[in-house]
Ligand binder design. Structure first.
Ligand code: 8GP
Length: 727
């Protein structure tokens, strides 16, 4: 391309992000596709070919505005339509069953058909010719426009059917860690699940002539509960299309499906209204009723009639279908995504199921694609690692530990510092080019980027910033390490409180910017439209990584790992994978603060009173009063009231910001002190990179392959990476 006068970098910039997910859940799947391919595991990822991915965020007058993300325009260059592998999906209609020749015959009439057209993206691995496929299903109506209606002037009616079908693949639901019981969402789920299961079965029949050995050849890994309908859908195919008996079909299904849980947040657990399923998916509903009835009898026997346990674990109860319980009932393996999260699943969320079948439960700690999130985005650090003897780390991420030998080498430490400084300058020039904002590169880059959610506590970060501001203004002896606070976060469009927090961050940013007292000391910048391509630029430039969720709430986190790998030091709670980071880093190399997950539960049980913290901590009180006062005529009373008083019968300060504030402030103070000694700071940064190998997605995929899928992986011990020295 360069020979033709183009710049490759400019062309890469033109490629839109494939925004087919919300946050960490979607990005994790993308990293895993890379690793499964690199490890030569034959695997396919399935999703919907959304016309509009996660919305584009604009900030107008400090507030989030959502714009459509039309990524497919240039983005479909990588998608190969496979028209001959189209599947048809049935919605609605009437179902009747009868016995004939010893098997159930199902008559399904008056249904609406939607065609599922696969668009395949080929995934290349590293150092292998093996490829895998990401299959995205597009939705189309089988009926062409009704010409007779059209020519008689009934334009709308003529295209109605088509529009109804195509709306299924129109737009991605923008909620993260939250569930909305919308009919279109259920249609999307069944659409992509049915297309997927039908297509796997079709290929399997072609190869083996039967589905009787299906479970010997496939594992279907349910990535959170969204694809749970694979369970009744596979049952439907085995019962209705293959004519197998219930027991045989159930055996095949329960030896095929495995479930990964990605959150313990109650509002994220899917519970579909029974009526919705009944009308939209009548045959699936019949199968669900049968699964649920059998399971309930099993639970009754196992719990000796203990009704509270039976109720808690039932699949259909009170007019709702609980997808997580269906997964627990049918899946041969259930896993959480960090050691702490898997523990909480065992001891709390799924405790009854765990007591009955402990061997069903696993942990697979998340991981990230280190080839993308280190080597590709941070070429200078990649060079340093190679120079320190880690030349084979792309396929052997544990070799990052070679850096440990240089922890007291001033040459290496200052080179690491120079790399960070250069990455900060690069990022700052990008921001200046795109937005006109000039970042202070002499200040510590203190970064919180992730979806906006109250449990992730961006508001705690703001409380601390306002505290610093007030100290600068009122305390002539206040001695602080200069900070540039960077935020990036999308809020779900319907999540009002999250949007208010974005507005508050922007108001605080403006106040700080316009106050000369903050010059060169304090800066706050909200980066618009946080997305993967922006993260790729930001991670190498970050110095302090904010991982400050209420302990027990963040299932794992993966941003935490990306920062660590790029030599940012974490300020964080003992939550999700932070716990495992801490185990490897020790107290000296991470800034820990706050209540532990157990303490959070205990404090709640004892009767948590945030008002007492407000009363007893004058600095905190001043911060909250300042925010309540509002900025430029914008009130943030609603946010402060949520911290101090119970609202709508909810808990005051549900995520315990006030309980953790003082220890968060103190941890920041410690980080600030260490930062003033570049050698000490760079040593910590170096050890973070050196000990991050365990968080490579290759390790996670090896765990899945060994513990859950029982499939062989490429033997990397024999692979030597040709040592091209990059600098
Ligand atoms: C996210 C978790 O919040 C995050 O900690 C974890 O790193 C990531 O999954 C990958 O495992 N979970 C979700 O986004 C989630 O559960 N979303 C669905 C419920 C809507």
């Amino acid at each position: 391309m360069e020979e033709l006068g183009f710049s490759a970098a400019d062309i890469f910039e033109l490629e839109p992000d494939a925004g087919l997910g919300n946050g960490g859940l979607g990005r994790l799947a993308a990293c895993y596709l890379d690793s499964m391919t690199t490890l030569e595991i034959p695997a396919t990822g399935y999703s919907i070919c959304y016309e509009l991915g996660i919305f584009k965020q604009k900030i107008v007058d400090g507030q989030q505005v959502e714009l459509a993300d039309n990524w497919l325009e240039p983005g479909d260059s990588w998608l190969i339509p496979k028209l001959d592998e189209t599947e048809s999906i049935r919605f609605g209609g009437k179902v009747s069953t009868r016995w004939e020749n010893g098997r159930v015959m199902v008559d399904h009439t008056d249904y609406t058909t939607v065609m599922a057209i696969p668009k395949d993206m080929v995934i290349a691995g590293y150092g292998t010719n093996h490829t895998n496929i990401l299959r995205l299903w597009d939705a189309k109506s089988p009926d062409p426009v009704d010409i007779s209606l059209y020519s008689s002037g009934e334009y709308l009616k003529a295209v109605e059917q088509q529009a109804m079908a195509e709306v299924i693949a129109k737009v991605l639901y923008p909620d993260d860690n939250h569930y909305e019981g919308k009919s279109l969402r259920l249609k999307q789920q069944y659409f992509f699940v049915s297309a997927t299961v039908q297509s796997i079965c079709r290929a399997h029949r072609l190869q083996y002539g039967t589905l009787r050995n299906f479970h010997h050849k496939h594992v279907i890994q349910i990535n959170d509960t969204h694809p749970t309908l694979v369970i009744p859908e596979l049952m439907r195919i085995l019962l209705d299309e293959e004519g197998y008996g219930w027991e045989e079909a159930w055996h095949i299904v329960t030896h095929t499906v495995a479930y990964t849980n990605h959150t313990v947040m109650a509002e994220a657990l899917e519970k579909w209204p029974q009526q919705l399923i009944e009308t939209l998916l009548p045959r699936i509903w019949q199968i669900l009723v049968e699964i649920a009835g059998r399971y309930q009898r099993e639970l009754n026997a196992a719990f000796h009639g203990d009704q509270s346990k039976v109720e808690r674990n039932a699949i259909i109860w009170g007019g709702q279908v609980r997808m997580a319980n269906l997964c627990i009932c049918a899946c041969f393996a259930v896993n959480g995504v960090s050691a702490l999260h898997s523990d909480i699943l065992r001891k709390d969320v799924f405790r009854d199921a765990y007591q009955r079948r402990p061997a069903q439960f696993f942990n697979v700690t998340n991981g990230i694609d280190h080839r993308r999130w280190l080597s590709e985005i941070n070429p200078q650090l990649d060079g340093l690692i190679r120079d320190c003897g880690g030349g084979d780390y792309l396929l052997h991420p544990e070799s990052l530990s070679k850096l440990e030998d240089f922890q007291n080498d001033s040459g290496v430490l200052s080179r690491l510092g120079e790399i960070k400084a250069a990455n900060k300058r690069n990022f700052a020039s990008y921001v200046a080019r795109e937005t006109g904002v000039i970042l202070n590169t002499d200040a510590m880059f203190d970064v919180q980027v992730k979806r906006l959610h109250e449990y992730k506590r961006q508001l705690l970060n703001v409380l601390h910033i306002v505290y610093l501001y007030q100290q600068i203004k009122s305390n002539p002896h206040f001695d602080m390490t200069p900070r540039t606070f960077l935020f990036g976060a999308k809020a779900a469009p319907g999540y009002y409180v999250a949007k208010e927090i974005i507005h508050l961050i922007n108001c605080v940013a403006k106040m700080v910017e316009s106050d000369p007292a903050c010059k060169d000391l304090l800066q706050v910048v909200f980066l618009e439209n946080y997305r993967v391509s922006l993260a790729e630029k930001l991670m190498p430039a970050s110095e302090l990584s904010e991982q400050i969720s209420t302990a027990g709430k963040e299932a794992s986190g993966t941003g935490n790992m990306k920062f660590m790998m790029n030599g940012a030091v974490t300020i964080g709670t003992l939550d999700g994978a932070n716990v495992e980071m801490y185990q490897r880093l020790g107290d000296e190399n991470i800034f820990l603060f706050g209540l532990t997950a157990d303490e959070v539960v205990e404090t709640r049980q004892k009767g948590y009173s945030p008002y007492e913290y407000y009363n007893h901590n004058a600095a905190l009180r001043a911060v909250i009063d300042r925010i309540a006062q509002g900025f430029n005529g914008c009130s943030f009373n609603n946010l402060t009231n949520r911290l101090l008083f119970s609202n709508n019968g909810g808990q005051p300060d549900e995520y315990m910001l006030l309980a953790d504030f003082e220890s968060y402030r103190a941890a920041h103070e410690r980080a600030g002190h260490v930062y003033r000694d570049p050698k000490a700071w760079n040593k910590i940064a170096l050890l973070n990179v050196a000990r991050s190998g365990i968080f490579a997605a290759d390790r996670s995929i090896q765990d899945y392959a060994r513990d859950i899928w029982d499939v062989p992986v490429r033997d990397l011990s024999k692979v030597t990476v040709r040592g091209t020295k990059k600098k």
